[in-house]
Design a binder for this molecule. Structure first.
Ligand SMILES: [Zn+2]
Length: 229
């Protein structure tokens, strides 16, 4: 039944690969096989002291930091993240999260993680978008690793202007103290994987990590779908 329905829909609204915009074949979802194979993955989860760990060194205490793939302007990860954030396509977050989860599930990077925590959106922003894209990514990682998600305990108190629109301003100042942990006990003695869509300046992640680390005995690792560098 589903296939007949899909074929019918496909006549009028063909399912296109979000990267190359070619029509998807049966069995393909969101990204065609060719584009999937060409995703610029980093393998940072297998490389201690990778470029991201060097980037965050001295800013926050962390265990490990990795990203699934390189985010290049006009590249495939940018297309995927754009679809996820601005095209009301929450399911692609789940899909890319599963790719991430599949990639890291048997690695040391994930083996001691207790909880997945998405970088929160301000409630107002989340209401506008209808979902938190990082929480959607977490769902996919959780599906592949079995690690639970806590998307409620770390909250965003201040809805600062979109960082992407303020690229020319100093982004450091407006992320100080904008996050808060509701129940610090829930993070005590936990190794938390903080999950974001893309790592750019890292200032948002740094701010989140500082709040989480106020819980006694907590440890932080960071993972994102994309990294700018
Ligand atoms: Zn494609």
């Amino acid at each position: 039944m589903r296939n007949i329905f899909r074929d019918f829909l496909d006549l009028f609204f063909p399912y296109l690969c979000v990267v190359c915009r070619e029509r998807l074949s049966e069995g393909e979802e969101y990204i065609c096989t060719d584009c999937l194979l060409l995703l610029p993955t980093t393998n940072f989860h297998l490389q201690p002291d990778n470029r991201l760990e060097q980037f965050f060194a001295g800013r926050i205490p962390f265990q490990h930091i990795a990203a699934y793939a390189y985010f290049v302007k006009g590249g495939s990860i940018q297309n995927i993240i754009h679809e996820l954030k601005y095209n009301h396509n929450s399911k692609i977050g789940n899909f890319i999260g599963e790719l991430c989860g599949e990639t890291i599930k048997n690695s040391d990077f994930i083996s001691t993680i207790d909880l997945l925590v998405p970088v929160p959106l301000h409630p107002k922003r989340q209401k506008e978008r209808g979902y938190n894209q990082s929480a959607e990514i977490c769902k996919g990682i959780s599906a592949k690793t079995g690690i639970p998600v806590d998307g409620e305990n770390l909250i965003r108190k201040i809805n600062n202007p979109s960082q992407t629109k303020n690229a020319r301003f100093d982004r450091w100042k407006n992320v100080e103290d904008i996050f808060s942990v509701i129940n610090k006990n829930a993070f005590e003695n936990k190794h938390i994987l903080l999950v974001d869509d893309v790592i750019t300046t890292g200032s948002t992640l740094e701010s989140c990590a500082k709040e989480i680390l106020k819980s006694e005995g907590s440890k932080i690792s960071i993972y994102a779908v994309g990294t700018a560098g």
